[in-house]
Design a protein around this ligand. Structure first.
Ligand SMILES: Nc1ncnc2c1ncn2[C@@H]1O[C@H](COP(=O)(O)OP(=O)(O)O)[C@@H](O)[C@H]1O
Ligand SMILES: [Mg+2]
Length: 78
């Protein structure tokens, strides 16, 4: 929760590896997601995190469960 502009969307984008933080670290299972190597982040995107957008990037022909399960396009992983 927070006021508009306080950074809610930004923190979700960073946690979803859709945005790269200018500083600080995101640690997941003892790995730094934004460390020097990109491969831990790609594995995280492929296997560990799913993203459901509130208003877009949903496929209307699929139900909610399938929208959660569907593979994430690789380019959306920073
Ligand atoms: N930790 C931060 N440091 C600097 N700028 C930030 C930070 N978090 C968010 N911002 C900036 O503040 C603005 C609003 O952030 P946003 O995540 O859209 O807020 P919210 O979703 O809470 O309304 C954006 O321009 C974003 O880049
Ligand atoms: Mg927002």
């Amino acid at each position: 929760m927070g006021a508009s502009g306080s950074g809610k969307s930004t923190v979700l984008h960073v946690l979803g590896a859709m945005d790269i933080p200018d500083r600080g670290a995101v640690e997941y299972e003892k790995r730094d997601l934004f460390g020097l190597r990109r491969s831990p982040r790609r594995a995280y995107c492929d296997r560990d995190v799913g993203i459901v957008f509130q208003f877009y990037h949903l496929l209307p022909e699929l139900n909610a469960s399938w929208n959660v399960l569907i593979a994430r396009p690789a380019p959306s992983c920073r």
